[in-house]
Design a protein around this ligand. Structure first.
Ligand code: ADP
Ligand code: ZN
Length: 300
């Protein structure tokens, strides 16, 4: 029985598992993200215990918060780069795992891992996964493959058209002020209105404004990438009523220009399907793909 390791490395927590994408996790741990040394010590302790209990792993998949250097030719390949998270810039989780366990480690962004899991769950080859939480990030699967480009897309930081009800709010992105993340992330909602959406009444303007921004993101993704499906995850999207507002806002933005989306917005813009955290399932898939490639290239 082939066994894989998976890590969804987040800014607030690391979710670690041993198992497989289809079978799920045999062992699982949630570890708070503190400083790198303490966090990785706990991650190592989890995998040490899991190896002892369940046997060797073929590969580990890692879906990580970033920004990450993912150009294999770069000196800093695999490292977290310009994160504002104290102590984490320059940390190479994948390299550390490879050295510790001597097995292949696949690394991608947390959102690409989640996109891979959602594409797999739906049996589709093109999908965008957006998380709207502490930050906003978008992962893309195109032609069945997680898309990286030069490093990886940062669609959370696209410029958006400011909603007229939001004119007094300058946005909180330290790099851009009023980019999408600066206006529509969970902390941006709190900065603008003093509370998260779950604490604001249904007729509060924050709902329509948030839906407008996430709708603009969906419209931009549709116009630029033409994914078959857009999946919206993250803490802010836990507010189920937001989804319909976002669909309507996306169609408004498109202005009747993309009829295939008008007809099917309810299916094409949707919530995650993955049972486990999509990022963890995606991390298993990254590991399985890497092991599969290795097997093929090893074949005589
Ligand atoms: P992270 O992005 O750190 O992985 P989350 O996706 O849970 O974590 O996002 C956290 C953000 O989402 C916070 O800003 C919080 O205010 C907001 N949030 C979390 N849960 C909810 C909820 N149930 N309803 C509305 N907003 C939420
Ligand atoms: Zn920004």
């Amino acid at each position: 029985m082939t066994l894989f390791g998976a890590i969804e490395a987040g800014g607030t927590k690391f979710v670690c598992g041993v198992g497989g994408a289809r079978a799920g996790s045999r062992a699982r741990a949630v570890i708070a993200t503190t400083d790198p040394a303490a966090t990785l010590a706990e991650v190592g302790a989890f995998f040490d215990r899991a190896l002892e209990a369940h046997g060797p792993l073929d590969a580990i998949g890692l879906g990580s918060f970033g920004p990450l250097e993912l150009d294999p030719k770069a000196d800093r390949y695999g490292q977290i780069t310009t994160t504002p998270k104290p102590g984490w810039s320059g940390v190479d989780i994948g390299g550390w795992l490879r050295a510790r366990y001597g097995i292949p480690v696949a690394i991608d962004t947390d959102v690409n891992a989640a996109a891979l899991a959602e594409a797999d769950a739906r049996g589709v080859s093109s999908l965008a996964y957006a998380t709207v939480g502490t930050g906003i990030g978008v992962g893309l699967v195109l032609n069945g493959t997680p898309h990286l480009g030069t490093s990886h897309p940062e669609a959370g930081h696209i410029p958006v058209r400011r909603h007229e009800g939001h004119s007094g709010f300058t946005g909180i992105c330290p790099y851009h002020g009023d980019c999408l993340e600066g206006l529509a992330s969970g902390p941006a909602i709190k900065a603008a209105w003093g509370a998260s959406l779950d604490r604001l009444p249904a007729d509060h303007p924050a709902w329509a404004i948030e839906a407008d921004y996430i709708g603009q993101l969906c419209a931009s993704l549709i116009l630029m990438v033409s994914p078959g499906t857009i999946v919206l995850g993250g803490g802010v999207m836990q507010q189920a009523r937001l989804l319909n507002l976002v669909r309507a806002a996306a169609l408004r933005q498109l202005g009747g220009y993309c009829p295939q989306w008008e007809a099917a917005a309810a299916e094409r813009i949707s919530m995650p399907l993955s049972g486990e955290a999509p990022g963890l399932t995606g991390a298993y898939l990254l590991a399985e793909r890497l092991a599969g490639q290795r097997d093929e290239s090893d074949a005589p």
